[in-house]
Design a protein around this ligand. Sequence first.
Ligand SMILES: [Mg+2]
Length: 97
Amino acid sequence: MPERDYMMLVITGLNAKKEKLYANDHKRGFEDIPLHYSFHRLLEEVEELKAEFMKRSEIGIDPRTNYAALRAEFADIGIFADMGILECDRKLARGSQ
Ligand SMILES: [Mg+2]
């Protein structure tokens, strides 16, 4: 079995998330984001992704599939997941379990 290129996957997500972060630089930053906020925003972003999917019944077959929009919504989910991970890391560093 060939070695999986995990870094390719991480870098791909990183690039998409970075684009969204810079595009939304005017919004609230990621510093001191409470865990519950990241969680609820992530769920909202899942709904946005779902809405984007529901625009097309045949994703990948329908030539009108908007991959840029889908990519952006996947990136949003990743951003709020990262904010949650960051806050967990902060709590772990302070000795929480
Ligand atoms: Mg979104």
